[in-house]
Design a binder for this molecule. Structure first.
Ligand code: SAM
Length: 462
C-alpha cells in the first residue's frame, strides 16, 4: 500500500522499534477535527451548541476532535461558517504564527484556506491578510472559504510568490509558507498522494520549497516572522530545506516552538556540516504514532532587525470615495439605508467593473498582480440597483440588518433555504438576511410574503 522506498527510509530514520509504532499508526484511520470560528462565536459558546461531541485538540484552543461517523461539512452551522473542518495537526500553523490584530500577514500558498481562516480569526478581523495561491481553481475555493468565514480583511491573489515582492517590500509582520510537498504525512488520509510519491518527487519538492522560501525573504519586515510548514516526514523537505535556507539567509534564525505533543526537529537527519549551529531542534514535528493527527513539520523563523509594531487604524465615517461615480455611491448608500441599521464602516471602497469591494489596504498596492478578490465583495452595481453579495451577508452580524428571517436549527426552512428553495415568511418586502440560531446564512429577497432564495447556486445543497 505504501511505497517500499518510503517505508525503507522511515525504518532507517526511526529505527526498528519506533518504526513499528509508526507503521501501525499509518494503518489506523485518521481522526477528524474542526476548528471553531472565533469571529462568529466564542469557543465556550460553540461547545454549548455543538451538534457533535467535542474533544479538545491539545495544541489548539479552537480545535476539537469529532467522531468519525459525523459529516461536519453537511451541517447548517458549517454553511454559517461556525467552524472549519481541518486536520488537527494543521491547526498548529495558525497557533505558531499567532498573528495579532492590525498586523499585515501573508499566507503564500493558502488554498483551500485552512490556515488563512485561522489567521484572520486570530487577527480578530483587524489588519490585512494577503491570501495567495498559484492555482486559480484552488484560489476560488480559498475565496469561498474566507467568505463563509465572514472576514473583511483579506485579499485573494493568484500569483507566483516572486511577483509579490515589488508590491510588498518588507511589508508583512508575519509570512506563512505552507509549502507544496510530497504529503507523506497525509498518506493515510488521502490515497492519491501515495500515487504521486517517488524519491524523485521528494528531491523535486525540496528544490521547489527552497526556491519558494527564498522568494519570501523580502516580504518579511525587519523583526518579522516567517513560518514554514509541510505535511511530510521527509527530512530533505523539512530540516534539510530550512538548513539550506538559513545558510543562505543568515538574517533569519530559528525560534523555539512550544506545541504540546509535538516532537523536536531532527538536526541529526541533515548532513552535520549543514546542520551545525542552526538550532534545527527548535523546529517541530508531529508524528501519527505520538499524537492524534497526521504528520506535520513547522519551523518558526525571525528576521533580524528592529521590529516596528503596527497601530490600530481609525476607519472614517462612510462617504463617497474620490473618483467613485455618484450613481454607484447613491445605489449602494440607498441599499444600505433600506436594509441595514446603519452604513457599515468599511475602508477602501473600490469598483471593479460593476463589482463593489471594500479593500483592506490601499488598492494601489495590488497593481499588476492577478487578484481574484481585492477585498470584501459587497455587491454588484446594476443599472438601477445594488445587488448585495453573499460575502457581505456572511460578514454582517444579524443585528446590523433591519429585516431578518431568524430560523432555528430544527426549522425545516433552514435546509430548504440551503437547497435553494423559496420560503414562505410574511413581513415587509425587501432584502432579508436569513439566519440559523442567530448566525448569517445568506440573502433572500421578500416579495409579498415569499422570500426568494439568493443563496449562491454553487453552494446549494443537493
Ligand atoms: N495552506 C493551505 C491550507 O491550509 O488550506 C494548504 C496549502 S497546500 C499544502 C500547498 C499549496 O501550494 C497548494 O494549494 C498549491 O496550489 C500551492 N502552490 C504550489 N506552488 C506554489 C507557488 N509557486 N506559489 C504559490 N502557491 C503554490
Amino acid at each position: 500500500m505504501f511505497p517500499d522506498t518510503f517505508l525503507f527510509r522511515m525504518r532507517e530514520l526511526l529505527g526498528e522499534a519506533e518504526f513499528a509504532e509508526f507503521y501501525e499508526a499509518l494503518r489506523r484511520p485518521p481522526t477528524p477535527a474542526i476548528r471553531v470560528n472565533t469571529l462568529k462565536i466564542p469557543v465556550d459558546e460553540f461547545r454549548a451548541i455543538s451538534p457533535f461531541p467535542l474533544e479538545p485538540v491539545p495544541w489548539c484552543p479552537e480545535g476539537f476532535y469529532i467522531p468519525e461517523d459525523v459529516e461536519p461539512g453537511k451541517h447548517p452551522y458549517h454553511a454559517a461558517g461556525l467552524y472549519y473542518v481541518q486536520e488537527p495537526t494543521a491547526m498548529a500553523v495558525g497557533v505558531v504564527a499567532d498573528p495579532q490584530p492590525w498586523e499585515w500577514v501573508a499566507d503564500l500558498a493558502a488554498a483551500p484556506g485552512g490556515k488563512a481562516t485561522h489567521l484572520v480569526a486570530r487577527m480578530e478581523d483587524k489588519g490585512f491578510l494577503l491570501a495567495n495561491d498559484i492555482d486559480r481553481r484552488r484560489t476560488t475555493v480559498l475565496a469561498q472559504n474566507l467568505e463563509r468565514w465572514g472576514s473583511r480583511i483579506w485579499v485573494a491573489a493568484n500569483e507566483r510568490i516572486e511577483r509579490l515582492q515589488p508590491n510588498f517590500p518588507e511589508a508583512f509582520d508575519t509570512v506563512v509558507l505552507d509549502a507544496p510537498c510530497t504529503g507523506e504525512g497525509m498518506f493515510r488520509r488521502n490515497r492519491d498522494v501515495i500515487a504521486h510519491w517517488s524519491p524523485r518527487a521528494v528531491q523535486g519538492n525540496a528544490k521547489r520549497q527552497l526556491h519558494l522560501l527564498r522568494a519570501t525573504t523580502r516580504l518579511v519586515k525587519p523583526g518579522g516572522v516567517l513560518v514554514y510548514a509541510t505535511c511530510t516526514f521527509n527530512p530533505d523537505e523539512n530540516e534539510g530545506v530550512i538548513a539550506r535556507f538559513l545558510r543562505e539567509h543568515p538574517e533569519f534564525s530559528l525560534e523555539p516552538v512550544d506545541l504540546p505533543g509535538a516532537s523536536p526537529g531532527r538536526p541529526d537527519w541533515v548532513e552535520p556540516d549543514l546542520a551545525q549551529g542552526l538550532n534545527l531542534e527548535y523546529t517541530r514535528r508531529f508524528w501519527p504514532h505520538k499524537v492524534r493527527g497526521e504528520g506535520h513539520f513547522i519551523a518558526l523563523m525571525v528576521k533580524e532587525g528592529y521590529y516596528r509594531p503596527r497601530h490600530p487604524l481609525n476607519i472614517p465615517e462612510p462617504k463617497r470615495p474620490k473618483g467613485m461615480p455618484r450613481r454607484v455611491w447613491h445605489l449602494y448608500k440607498t441599499w444600505c439605508e433600506e436594509t441595514l441599521v446603519e452604513m457599515p464602516r468599511l475602508a477602501g471602497l473600490i469598483l471593479v467593473n460593476d463589482q463593489l469591494y471594500a479593500c483592506p489596504i490601499n488598492p494601489g498596492r495590488l497593481q499588476n498582480l492577478r487578484i481574484l478578490r481585492p477585498g470584501l465583495w459587497l455587491g454588484t452595481v446594476k443599472q438601477t440597483a445594488f445587488i448585495p453579495d453573499h460575502a457581505l451577508a456572511m460578514w454582517l452580524k444579524p443585528e446590523m440588518v433591519k429585516r431578518r428571517l431568524d430560523l432555528t436549527l430544527d426549522d425545516p426552512r433552514v435546509v430548504a433555504y440551503l437547497r435553494g428553495e423559496q420560503l414562505e415568511a410574511p413581513g415587509e418586502d425587501g432584502w432579508v438576511l436569513v439566519t440559523v440560531d442567530g448566525f448569517s446564512l445568506g440573502w433572500g429577497k421578500r416579495v409579498r410574503g415569499v422570500v426568494k432564495n439568493r443563496y449562491p447556486k454553487h453552494l446549494r445543497w443537493r
